[in-house]
Design a protein around this ligand. Structure first.
Ligand code: SF4
Ligand code: SF4
Length: 349
């Protein structure tokens, strides 16, 4: 966790912030996964606002075990220079949410607490209207950016593309100051990455598409979600017994993928099993139904467990596995369930 709080240079950063809440704060929440650089993006945004524009602000992140692929939240809170900021609690009712990985919406309410006229930015190829419908949003601004394609083309990460979109949609943030902060931060250790990241930022800024829906009178916005302990003193199991242990069988690793997955072509496969040997997550599904002369046949991949490392593609001797840019819903439509009984249990539940 890191916190930035600075006195404003005299004569700058004073006065109410456009779009701020009744207390004068403008809250930004980045919903991401480890490895996409949301923490660094938050740090750069806060640095630009506080150290260059003279605002007061705080930045901090919540990233659990710091494991690549696990959920990360990064928060930036701004207020005018003449307003004290003594709060580093998670931002529950943000004015802007940026979602760095679309698949996060499957497991958490990424828009939780978003104000009725707030802004949601999603890294996706879908349209604002499709995202609005998928997430069940009623009002506010929905912005979309194909940050992954930009990052792939520029050989960077999605964080600076998302930062460009964020800088465009926060009315009081000066994009030039964010770019200068980006140049400083990266230039100190990764000078060779600066220009590509500045291009990525510019593309995020210019390529973001948005649509706005006016709130109904009295619309309170999206309900806040607050993490609560699973047990309290009245219902904790005696002896601290873990009744429902973590189980990798029910774990969906979709959010660990960073835009690519292996596509399987059964026609060219010789069922040698090399892909299965190199796969760290045992995603390959086999059949020994004895239908023909092949003793064991590769049926496909259970993408629920595929983290997109693409080792299997490198290992396949016949080119039956190829790299595919992941589109929303493709993995669900094309996965072969490794545990069919689990699917049945879910359907029955
Ligand atoms: S490594 Fe390639 S050819 Fe061998 S089983 Fe896997 S997909 Fe088929
Ligand atoms: S991409 Fe990695 S995790 Fe996914 S099936 Fe291939 S080897 Fe397994």
């Amino acid at each position: 966790m890191s916190v930035l709080a600075a006195a404003s240079p005299a004569g700058t950063g004073a006065g109410p912030l456009p779009g701020a809440d009744d207390d004068g704060f403008f809250g930004i929440r980045f919903e991401s996964i480890g490895g996409l650089g949301a923490h660094l993006a938050g740090k750069i945004l806060a640095g630009a606002g506080v150290l260059r524009q003279g605002l007061n602000g705080a930045h901090f992140s919540s990233y659990g075990s710091e494991k690549k692929g696990t959920p990360v939240k990064s928060f930036v809170r701004f207020c005018p220079a003449d307003r004290e900021l003594r709060n580093s609690s998670p931002i529950e009712s943000p004015q802007l949410v940026a979602v760095f990985h679309e698949a996060l919406a499957r497991s958490i309410d990424v828009a939780a607490g978003l104000t009725a006229n707030g802004t949601l930015i999603v890294n996706t190829r879908s349209s604002p209207a499709e995202i609005r419908e998928t997430l069940g949003l009623r009002s506010g601004t929905v912005a979309v950016l194909d940050a992954l394609s930009i990052a792939v083309e520029e050989k960077t990460r999605v964080n600076t593309a998302m930062l460009g979109a964020v800088a465009r949609l926060i009315p009081f943030i000066d994009p030039d100051e964010v770019k200068e902060t980006l140049r400083e931060r990266l230039g100190a250790h990764y000078a060779h990455l600066v220009e590509a990241n500045l291009r990525t930022f510019d593309r995020g800024y210019s390529e973001v598409r948005l649509q706005t829906w006016d709130p109904e009178p009295g619309d309170p916005g999206r309900p806040v979600q607050r993490a609560a302990p699973a047990f309290g003193y009245l219902d904790a199991p005696i002896g601290g017994t873990i009744l429902d242990a973590g189980n990798s069988v029910v774990k969906n690793l979709s959010t660990s993928r960073q835009g690519f997955l292996p596509d399987y072509d059964a026609d060219s496969c010789v069922h040698c099993g090399i892909c299965d040997i190199v796969c760290p997550d045992l995603c390959f599904v086999w059949s020994d139904d004895g239908e023909d002369e092949i003793a064991i046949r590769l049926l496909g991949i259970d993408y629920n467990y595929c983290k997109g490392c693409l080792k299997c593609i490198d290992a396949c001797p016949t080119g039956s596995l190829t790299e595919l840019r992941e589109e929303a819903g493709w993995a669900d439509e094309n996965r072969v369930p490794l545990f069919p009984w689990l699917e049945r249990e879910r359907e029955d539940a």
